[in-house]
Design a protein around this ligand. Structure first.
Ligand code: COI
Length: 378
């Protein structure tokens, strides 16, 4: 199987072109503009998460071992055969990213190279072809430039970017697809959670097992989590705290986010592994914490350790970290029949991480790690 896709170098209006010989990469992606752009119908700073698409989408097709036919088109529905493999055997992979309106009006994407690396790791795990970085970034840049007026400008709001690849070969036989669509769609978003969340430790269902697909952003990981999450919601919680598949003791993730605890001033988070997503927000917060001189421990943490910390009356901050939610403060953790309250006062460190991330993204604070990729200049 060919995992590393070759990029077409045709100079035709229907194809993107890449000049890999020089230092400069030239992509020529045609843009078919929508006749009307409906941003005025919405308050971009107050939309529910993921409801309203922007006016355009990016699309490229993969067949015969090559990505081709890249284009920007007015947002539209897809027409796929019911035989398309993505409907049956789960070859679907996505990323979750954000673009931000900066204080000078420019628009930047947050850490696209790190997201792209993870995208390709997920694709590889699902037997799907890599997407070249030039295609990923240039398609995204062009889409965001075309839909620039959809990028909100209030603190905490952003343009959420959803790149994804689906298997489109028309076959009911179980096989790796030979054909794919790569799409990028965007939606303006505000905060994911309106208030601090209540979580319960899940020891019945598991999200991922070693050697499985837990580290990949494939659709099945999220589909399998829906029923346990519904049961938690029905019981009055907002999310589950996943535990490991073996002993069901070690905390892995919270819902669709990485999870962090600050116990007595030490930031503890489970290490990335084959069962835990290598979160970009996770990595960014760890960097900010280290910059501030906070001790960071990437290690296993069991719910027994949490119980003990709460029991000793230690100050325990807990929060989810993810692209969509950024920092999601956890109000309480329920372990079995007991509920423990987490530290939520205004001086909690998690708020400082969120504020600092927002300031870097808006260009109000230095970007020492070079995380912002400015893609649209005012
Ligand atoms: C993200 O944070 O981007 C995620 O992947 C969560 C999402 C499923 C809404």
């Amino acid at each position: 199987m060919q995992l590393q896709a070759r990029v077409l170098c045709k100079r035709s209006p229907d194809f993107f072109t890449i000049n890999t010989l020089g230092m400069e990469t030239i992509l020529n992606i045609p843009v078919h503009k929508a006749e009307t752009v409906a941003t005025h119908q919405y308050d971009l700073n107050k939309l529910p998460f993921g409801k309203v698409p922007t006016s355009h989408l990016f699309l490229a097709r993969y067949s015969a071992g090559e990505w081709a036919d890249a284009r920007i088109e007015p947002f539209h529905k897809l027409s796929l055969s019911p035989f398309a493999l993505c409907f049956h055997y789960g070859q679907t992979v996505f990323e979750g990213m954000k673009a931000f309106r900066m204080h000078d009006g420019n628009i930047s994407i947050f850490r696209p190279a790190k997201h792209h690396e993870r995208f390709n790791r997920s694709l590889e795990r699902m037997g799907m072809p890599h997407v070249p970085y030039e295609l990923f970034l240039e398609g995204m840049r062009l889409l965001i430039a075309t839909d620039a007026e959809w990028t909100p400008d209030s603190p905490g709001a952003a343009l959420y970017i959803r790149p994804f690849v689906i298997a489109t070969e028309e076959r009911l036989g179980v096989k790796i697809s030979d054909e794919y669509l790569f799409l990028i769609v965007c939606t303006p978003v505000g905060p994911y959670y309106a208030r601090p969340i209540r979580v319960r430790v899940e020891t019945n269902y598991i999200r991922a097992a070693e050697g499985g697909t837990g580290y990949a952003k494939c659709g099945g990981n999220y589909g399998g989590a829906l029923l346990p999450t519904k049961e938690a919601l029905d019981a009055g919680f907002d999310q589950v705290l996943w535990t490991d598949a073996g002993r069901k003791e070690f905390i892995e993730e919270s819902g669709t986010m990485n999870v962090m605890f600050i116990i007595d001033g030490i930031l503890i988070t489970p290490p990335v592994s084959s069962t835990i997503l290598d979160g970009v927000t996770r990595d960014s917060i760890l960097a900010l914490a280290r910059d501030r001189g906070i001790t960071v421990q990437e290690r296993l943490i069991s719910y027994h350790e949490l119980e003990a910390a709460f029991g000793q009356g230690l100050r325990v901050e807990a929060f989810g970290a993810g692209t969509a939610a950024v920092v999601a403060p956890i109000e309480s953790v329920t372990i079995g029949e007991r509920t423990y309250n987490c530290y939520l006062a205004a001086d909690a460190a998690m708020y400082a991480f969120k504020t600092e991330l927002e300031a870097i993204r808006a260009g109000n604070q230095e970007d020492p790690h070079g995380w912002n990729e400015v893609v649209v200049c005012n």
